[in-house]
Design a binder for this molecule. Sequence first.
Ligand SMILES: [Zn+2]
Length: 171
Amino acid sequence: MAESEDEEQEIYECPICEEEFDTESGLSIHEGQMHPNKQIDELEDLVDTFEEETEKALDIKKEKESLKQRVRSLRDEKEELEETVDDLKDTQEKLKEGIEEKDDKVQDLKSKVDNLKDDREELKSEKHSMERKIDDLENEKESLKKSLEKTEELMLKLKHQVKEFNEEIDE
Ligand SMILES: [Zn+2]
């Protein structure tokens, strides 16, 4: 009987100081006397847990904030990069235009040089033909001169003849 009573005997252990009691009421009396702040301690534990959770939540909030800031600064960076890309595109366009302008100028100069070459060829052949004309004219002049000389000679002869004729008449 005593043995079975022993086996059925439950042990109530104080969760704070681990002292053992045979009955539940014994334990509550012990707790009330030795650990009157048990409920307060439990409340404090709850508050501690709540504070820990709150801190965790705050940490998460902070992390979220810093992630937001990072996203914002990444967005800013992206915008800056896009602006830079736009600027580079403008510069590229301007360079292309400049190259095209230079190409046009080179083409212009080339066609001018070609025209000058043509002009020079034309002038050369014109000069040749003029030289030929001058030669012709000089030849003509020479032959006219000769004709004139002959005519003068002839006139002189005729004059002389006339004179002689006159003298013969006069005699
Ligand atoms: Zn205790």
